[in-house]
Design a protein around this ligand. Structure first.
Ligand SMILES: NC(=O)c1ccc[n+]([C@@H]2O[C@H](COP(=O)([O-])OP(=O)(O)OC[C@H]3O[C@@H](n4cnc5c(N)ncnc54)[C@H](O)[C@@H]3O)[C@@H](O)[C@H]2O)c1
Length: 377
C-alpha cells in the first residue's frame, strides 16, 4: 500500500499521517480548514526535529518522512490513493457527506477506513455506495506512540479486508487487534468502569480524586489514576464517549454516565486543556496530597479492578475479540499494567465475584450484575 490519504489534520489525522509516512507511504493530508493542514504539518516538523535532537531518528529519516507528506486542497486529489483513513470531527452526518463525495473521486479498489471512536462502523459503511470497501481503523492517541490499532469490520465489509488491514498495521509497526463492531469496540467499552466507578466513589464522598488515583497507582501499578486520565483525555470527550456507549447499549445501567462528570463538562472544567478539571493546572497550583488509608485503598482498587475484569469477561463471552487480543488491547491502547483476563486469573475469579456480589447487595443495582461467564469461571 503506497498511496495513502488522510482526511482531517487534527490530533489523530496528523499522527496517523506520521505513522504512514514513517513506513514509506506517500501520504496526502486534507483538512476542510486549509490552514489546519499547514499548521499540523509544521507541528509535525517541530516534533520530528525534537526526535532528531534526542537521537530517536536520524536527520535523513526526518527528511524522508516530511517529503512523504503533501497537503491536498480538495478531495479530488485523493484519486490515486489505495487507502484513505478519515479522522475528522466525530459526527456521523459530516463523515457520511465526506465519504459520499470521496466515493465519486476514488477507484473501486480504494479502501476507506474511519478512525471513529464511537460511531458504529456498520452505520457509516451502510451509507456508502460500496460498503464492502469500508472498515474501522481505530488508532489511539498519540497515534505515533500508542501501539494499538483496533481493526473493525462492519457487517457489510468484504471478508478478507480485516486481515489485509491487520497485516498492513503490523507492517507499520503497530499492534493490531480485530474487534467486533460494538459500541466502544474493545478498549472504550472495557475501560468504562475505570472512570465510571471512580466517579461514583467520589460522588458518594467515599474518597477524594487524589485518593482514588493514588490507590490505583500504588495498588494496581496503573500509570495514571482515573481522574488524572480524565483530565488528560478531556472531561467533555470522556463524558461524550460514555454517553454514546450508554445510549448505544440501549441504556444499559452498567454504562450510566455520572452526574458529577456532566456538571464538570457543563462548567467547562475539561481538564488540562482548560487549565482545570479534577486538578488545577494553573501556574503555581499544587497538587493535593492524598491522605493515605490502606483499608480504603484496598477497597477502591478491588472495586474498580473487579468491575473492569467483569467487563473483560463479558467481552470474552460475547466474542468481541480473542482472549489474547482482549488482554493485548488494554495494555497497548491504554497502558494497563496487565491484561484483565490474566489479572482475573491471578487474583482469582472468586474474589471478583465476591466483590461484585457485595456491591450488588449494597446498591441493588443492575450496574453490578455479573457476566454469566464470570459466574461459570
Ligand atoms: N483525540 C483522540 O484521543 C482520539 C482517539 C481515537 C480516535 N479519535 C477519533 O478521531 C477522529 C478525529 O479526532 P481528533 O481528536 O483528531 O479531532 P480534531 O478536532 O483534533 O481534528 C479534526 C479535524 O477534522 C477537520 N474537519 C472537520 N470536518 C471536516 C471535513 N468535513 N472535511 C475535512 N476535515 C474536516 C477539522 O478541521 C479538524 O482539523 C474522531 O472521529 C475521533 O473520535 C480521537
Amino acid at each position: 500500500m503506497k498511496y495513502v490519504g488522510i482526511i482531517g489534520a487534527g490530533t489523530m489525522g496528523i499522527g496517523i499521517a506520521q505513522v504512514a509516512a514513517t513506513n514509506g507511504c506517500k501520504v496526502l493530508v486534507y483538512d476542510a480548514n486549509p490552514k489546519q493542514a499547514e499548521t499540523a504539518t509544521l507541528g509535525l516538523e517541530k516534533t520530528l526535529i525534537k526526535l532528531v535532537d534526542k537521537q530517536k531518528i536520524s536527520a535523513d529519516k526526518m527528511t524522508e518522512i516530511l517529503s512523504n507528506i503533501s497537503i491536498a486542497t480538495e478531495l479530488k486529489d485523493f484519486k490515486e490513493c489505495e487507502l484513505i483513513i478519515e479522522a475528522i470531527i466525530e459526527n456521523k452526518e459530516i463523515k457520511t457527506k465526506v465519504f459520499t463525495e470521496l466515493e465519486s473521486h476514488v477507484s473501486e479498489s480504494c479502501i476507506i477506513g474511519s478512525n471513529t471512536s464511537s460511531i458504529s462502523i456498520t452505520s457509516l459503511g451502510a451509507e456508502l455506495k460500496n460498503p464492502e470497501r469500508f472498515i474501522g481503523i481505530h488508532f489511539f492517541n498519540p497515534a505515533p506512540i500508542m501501539p494499538l490499532v483496533e481493526v473493525i469490520p462492519s457487517l457489510l465489509t468484504e471478508k478478507s479486508l480485516a486481515d489485509k488491514i491487520y497485516h498492513l498495521m503490523k507492517e507499520w509497526g503497530k499492534t493490531p487487534v480485530i474487534a467486533k463492531d460494538i459500541p466502544g469496540f474493545i478498549v472504550n467499552r472495557i475501560a468504562r468502569p475505570y472512570y465510571g466507578e471512580a466517579l461514583r466513589i467520589v460522588e458518594e464522598n467515599i474518597a477524594t480524586p487524589e485518593q482514588v488515583d493514588d490507590a490505583m497507582k500504588t495498588y494496581g501499578n496503573f500509570k495514571m489514576g482515573p481522574f488524572e486520565l480524565m483530565d488528560l483525555i478531556g472531561i467533555d470527550v470522556n463524558f461524550s464517549v460514555t454517553t454514546t456507549v450508554y445510549k448505544d447499549y440501549f441504556y444499559d445501567p452498567k454504562y450510566k454516565p455520572s452526574l458529577l462528570q456532566q456538571r464538570m463538562s457543563e462548567a467547562k472544567l475539561h481538564g488540562r486543556k482548560t487549565g482545570k478539571g479534577f486538578y488545577d493546572y494553573s501556574e503555581g497550583a499544587e497538587k493535593p496530597v492524598p491522605q493515605k488509608d490502606e483499608v480504603l485503598y484496598d477497597d477502591i482498587f478491588h472495586r474498580i479492578l473487579s468491575m473492569l475484569i467483569n467487563e473483560a469477561v463479558e467481552a470474552k463471552r460475547l466474542g468481541i475479540a480473542s482472549d489474547e487480543d482482549l488482554d493485548l488491547a488494554m495494555q497497548k491502547g491504554v497502558n494497563y499494567p496487565k491484561g484483565l483476563l490474566q489479572w482475573g486469573k491471578e487474583i482469582g475469579y472468586d474474589l471478583v465475584t465476591e466483590v461484585l456480589e457485595n456491591l450488588y447487595d449494597e446498591y441493588q443495582e443492575d450496574r453490578y450484575r455479573q457476566s454469566p461467564l464470570l459466574r461459570r469461571m
